[in-house]
Design a binder for this molecule. Sequence first.
Ligand code: PHE
Length: 339
Amino acid sequence: LLEQARAELLTLKARPEFEAAKARYVGPNGALTACMKQMGGLPKEQKPIVGKLINEVKTALAAELDATLARIEAAELDAQLGPPIDPTLPSPDDHEGLRHPLTQTRDLIAATFRKLGFVIAEGPELESEWFCFDALNTPDDHPARDMQDTLYFPPATRATETTKKADEAYVLRPHTSSVQIRTMLARKPPIRIVAPGRCFRRDTVDATHSANFHQIEGLWVDRNVTVRDLKSVLDSFVREIFGATAQTRLRPSFFPFTEPSFEMDIKAPNLGRLSDRWLEIMGCGLVDPKVFKNVDIDPEQWTGLAFGMGIERIAMLIHGIDDIRHFYANDLRFLRQFA
Ligand code: PHE
């Protein structure tokens, strides 16, 4: 029976034929069912032997039927798809795509830090308050929460799943510093990451502000990381991007999550009309021990440095762009200059 089925199934080409054959073998009036019905008339000692045999044939038949159906379905699909496409043929469309200048700048910055041993990390754009503020040592009534001018979700949308404290709101992250927290919760030091991504603030749009912009965050946690490491890492980065003769300086500043905190300024001869000025390019500092405590890293054993910069700002300096809105206008005359 099995031999006969095998031979027949091989010749089947379409589904109706297949269904008919299937019924003939395993259907209620099929050959296998008929065998089973005859079992009643057999002598007692033969029953288990024949029963076993029938079961084996049944299993084998089921497998054959499955394989045949799969073969017929694949053939049907092939027929629907038509002849194969050759993706190596030249396209009739001669518009070559190019990467957006912000993407190019992001990749350039990331590649520079990769050479210094940093790997890429990511975090969500929709965050809870704890990751954006609390864990970063920014208490409820701290002016920085206002300074950030954060976009909050309505109170009805509470962050129940990721809650670290009662009644936490969701926000659109106002900076990528939340990825510092996510990274330090996910893995133990040593850590050396850069986290590029989209950020949101309640800013009024003008030549240098956008409610939606991009940052790249850096975090290095290790034994004995010092301000000297901060300066040397950032100096290497600046010289890669703005040329070997670029100067840098660290100016004292304040962020709730770093101590001490600085702004880094640069002065670079190849920046045209901006070459004689100190230009602020990023915030940075050493990770505040309170931040380490919030993510269960022992500040007696580990120290860290952190920095964060706006990708738009760096792209504008590199390319001499004077209005941030160009990045989002999708004007091909602008975009094609970055081929
Ligand atoms: N998060 C800060 C900002 O958005 C930048 C920063 C990052 C400062 C890391 C210090 C350390 O302005």
